[in-house]
Design a protein around this ligand. Structure first.
Ligand SMILES: NC(=O)c1ccc[n+]([C@@H]2O[C@H](COP(=O)([O-])OP(=O)(O)OC[C@H]3O[C@@H](n4cnc5c(N)ncnc54)[C@H](OP(=O)(O)O)[C@@H]3O)[C@@H](O)[C@H]2O)c1
Length: 316
């Protein structure tokens, strides 16, 4: 007989809200960890070819019955809540309530929420504050739950406008001087996987961030080191214009981006720092991915040497 704690047991995790660009690294890492992955998606045809190893369930994450179907018999679920349009966070709350209701009915052993690090005082930014509200719902639910709080995703922030990076510009439309905590998404999947393997439930939150915060000026400097050519941050000048356009252009044409404009304004004038000691206390042996490691791995196979950099410059 095979017991859950033996190495041969393959855990099953359901990923909810994982079919957007944010979810892809999470799913990839759960699969790399040897987990059976179930994905709930409204369009199974779109998702199946991308993740042939995963089991794709058709349905909406807003439909508790569909979520329950995907959760039945699973060891845990990883919940990513979708960003609402025009600062309306109802969609995130609806997704969380559906997951909670389904988890109750399916008797899910562990619901893991992909949250964000929280400042000491409420930020007033809907995208950030709603994650705290969802943690509150989970706490009230009586379910076995954990919230993994993430900082700025390396997979997202460091990949912003790669065409400009090739030209020596790390473009991000906020001030480069505030301190921000960063997270490699792979670490979040690894922590979730470890909690499931250990049957460990936090009933609370855990900051999953690299040891030290960074300014975007530092990120540009690190890029310079890894690319072997000068990289500078640029783009802060654009934020006032983006804010000006927000009430008209973004609200009508890019309603989800409109929600992100407020967030960018927050990062433009505040530090956003978590507590890196939490992870060491919960999982002492866990090796956190630093930004240096992330960039090293990314450019390991495709190192741009100073010579190649100079040739690229000359070609422009
Ligand atoms: N820390 C960071 O640096 C960072 C960066 C970016 C985002 N985030 C966070 O990541 C999370 C996810 O962002 P995202 O941009 O990946 O989300 P998203 O693409 O808007 O949504 C993810 C998935 O949720 C489902 N979904 C979306 N709207 C739905 C609706 N109305 N009804 C039913 N299902 C719906 C869709 O799945 P199907 O179509 O397959 O059903 C979609 O692919 C957010 O909570 C955001 O705050 C964090």
């Amino acid at each position: 007989m095979i017991h859950k704690h033996q190495r041969t047991y393959t855990h099953t995790i359901v990923v909810l809200g994982g079919t957007g660009h944010v979810g892809i690294p999470y799913i990839g890492e759960f699969l790399a960890q040897g987990f059976k992955v179930r994905i709930l998606a409204r369009s199974a045809e779109r998702v199946t070819p991308r993740f042939p190893e995963a089991e794709v369930f058709r349905g909406s994450m807003m439909d508790a019955e569909a979520v329950r179907g995907a959760m039945e018999g699973a060891d845990g679920a990883f919940l990513i809540t979708p960003i609402g349009a025009n600062d309306d966070t109802n969609i995130e709350l609806r997704a969380a309530r559906a997951a909670i209701s389904a988890a109750h009915h399916a008797r899910l052993p562990h619901l893991i929420f992909c949250s964000v690090i929280q400042p000491n005082v409420p930020s007033g930014i809907p995208l950030l504050d709603v994650k705290l509200a969802i943690e509150g719902l989970l706490e009230e639910s009586g379910l076995p739950w954990s919230a993994l709080r993430t900082g700025c995703y390396m997979e997202d922030w460091l990949e912003f406008r790669p065409s400009l990076l090739k030209r020596g510009i790390f473009f991000f439309p906020i001030s480069p001087t505030h301190q921000l905590s960063f997270t490699s998404q792979r670490d979040v999947s690894r922590v979730a996987a470890e909690l499931l393997r250990q049957d460990r439930i936090l009933y609370g939150s855990l900051d999953v961030i690299e040891p030290a915060p960074r300014t975007l000026n530092e990120v540009a400097r690190l890029y310079s080191e890894h690319l072997g050519r000068n990289v500078v941050h640029a783009g802060a000048f654009l934020l006032p214009l983006i804010k000006l356009l927000r009430p008209v252009v973004f609200r009508w044409l890019k309603p989800v981006l409109a929600s992100k404009v407020l967030l960018a304004s927050y990062f433009d004038s505040n530090n956003w720092i978590g507590d890196p000691s939490q992870l060491a206390a919960v999982l002492p042996g866990f090796r956190v991915t630093s930004m240096e490691c992330y960039l090293e791995e990314k450019y390991e196979k495709n190192t741009i040497t100073p010579e190649i950099g100079a040739a690229l410059d000359a070609a422009q």
